[in-house]
Design a protein around this ligand. Structure first.
Ligand code: PLP
Length: 418
């Protein structure tokens, strides 16, 4: 037992009694209280985009905190939210016209599901089935756990989860089975929405599929009047090489969820965007058609100011060039590491690189996971495997030398544990 009263997320305290204490962050680096410098190779759980404590975002937070800290967002509004919403809409597919704020990726998906079901309910259509993808992950609330892959994460809560329809993952060579299944499921009269992570499934093991399949799935949904919900909580903000993963396929989702990189990783915030038709289905003088959802901190002005500063960085710093450079380095590393002992399924998509260590698929609770975590910690790298899957998901300020160091550690880990 540890002396700290804090219960940490996704942490088995009996195996990891000691948390690494972090004092500060700058760019791609964290500094521990013992003075050690740690390279943040997974962007602190996928949220940091331009680097820790980006001066422009820090300044925007500082300035907004002295002007307006918080205000109820029902019946009230403020400039940081309005400016951010307008700037964001200019960057996403133009069928998306409305922006609903919340405070985490999970809540953005909950909002998306409620929008989709509300849309059909208010139109008098009995559509309430949700279609999802095998290995999907959409958050840890009860509603999003239901939509995500079951397993050790969800077992104790099974009695609370609602039923969904699942598509097989469109692994290379097996794509047709996914499309055929979607064709059947989407044709059910009560099918409401397809909820997916476009191109890259994150927590489900950094599994990638092609833009062509994404486009075909979108077309099937459109043909059957099933809403497409794109959960881009991880893939958004440039992760896969484009601003949105949907951009690779020119797919226009009906509903789009964004969080993680939305403030560059500085403050919690999320948005759920939707098309005009979904908004119109809730538009009525009948108050029962109100969209009954809110978080206490909906559109917190300080978080919105951080998000606005993030978009300003996207507008006038060479963010896309940095992403392109990292994309090229990761792709080259996949080639260079091919054949390295103990590493299999080497792959990259945009700024993400992933591989499995060893050859069996033991899942999230694989025996080697704690040893791998300790191995990377001992090398002052923040790399946190998902089961046997090791991946890099670095901030966009990362240099070639920093990434090389990560690739070398991956090769060493394969050698030691593969
Ligand atoms: C992280 C993640 C979520 C949940 O976001 P939280 O902010 O942790 O609630 C949802 N969907 C995807 C695809 C994610 O990667």
């Amino acid at each position: 037992m540890t002396s700290s009263p804090i219960w940490h997320p996704f942490t088995q305290h009996a195996i990891f009694p000691q948390m690494r204490r972090i004092a500060s962050g700058a760019g791609g680096w964290l500094t521990a209280t013992d003075g050690a410098r740690i390279f943040d190779a997974i962007s602190s759980w996928w949220v940091v985009t331009h680097g820790h404590c980006h001066p422009r975002i820090v300044e925007a937070i500082r300035a907004q905190a002295g002007v307006l800290d918080q205000v109820i967002f029902a019946g009230y509004s403020h400039e940081p939210a309005e400016r951010f919403a307008a700037a964001l809409l200019a960057r996403v597919p133009d069928n998306l016209t409305r922006v609903f704020f919340s405070d985490s990726g999970s809540t953005s998906v909950e909002v998306a599901l409620k929008m989709a079901l509300g849309h059909f309910h208010h139109r008098g259509e009995s559509r309430h089935r949700v279609i999802v993808m095998q290995h999907g992950y959409h958050g840890d609330t009860v509603g999003t756990m239901s939509a995500g892959e079951g397993g050790a994460f969800t077992q104790p809560y099974e009695p609370l989860l609602y039923a969904v329809d699942r598509l097989p993952f469109p692994a290379p060579g097996a794509e047709q089975a996914t499309l055929d299944r979607l064709e059947v499921l989407a044709a059910q009269p009560d099918a409401a929405a397809l909820l997916i992570e476009p191109l890259a499934l994150g927590a489900g093991g950094m599994r990638f599929y092609t833009p062509a399949i994404l486009a075909e799935m979108a077309a099937i949904c459109a043909r059957h009047g099933v809403l497409l919900i794109a959960d881009e909580v991880m893939t958004g903000w440039g992760r896969t090489g484009r601003f949105l993963a949907c951009d690779h396929a020119e797919v226009r989702p009906d509903i789009l969820c964004l969080s993680k990189g939305i403030t560059g990783g500085h403050l919690p915030l999320a948005v759920t965007l939707c098309n005009e038709e979904i908004f119109r289905a809730h538009w009525s003088t009948d108050r029962r058609r109100t969209f009954f959802h809110s978080s206490s901190y909906t559109a917190n002005p300080i978080a919105c100011a951080a998000a606005e500063a993030n978009l300003a960085i996207w507008a006038d710093e060479p963010v896309q060039q940095r992403i392109d450079a990292i994309t090229a380095i990761q792709a080259a590393a996949v080639g260079a590491l091919a054949g390295a002992r103990g590493l299999c399924n080497l792959r990259s998509l945009g700024t993400i690189l992933a591989a499995e260590i060893g050859s069996t698929d033991a899942g999230y609770t694989a025996d080697i996971t704690p040893d791998l975590m300790n191995f990377f910690q001992s090398r002052d790298l923040l790399i946190r495997p998902i089961g046997q899957t090791v991946y890099l998901l670095p901030p966009y300020c990362s240099t070639a030398a920093e990434l090389r160091r990560c690739h070398e550690a991956l090769a060493e880990a394969g050698d030691a544990f593969g």
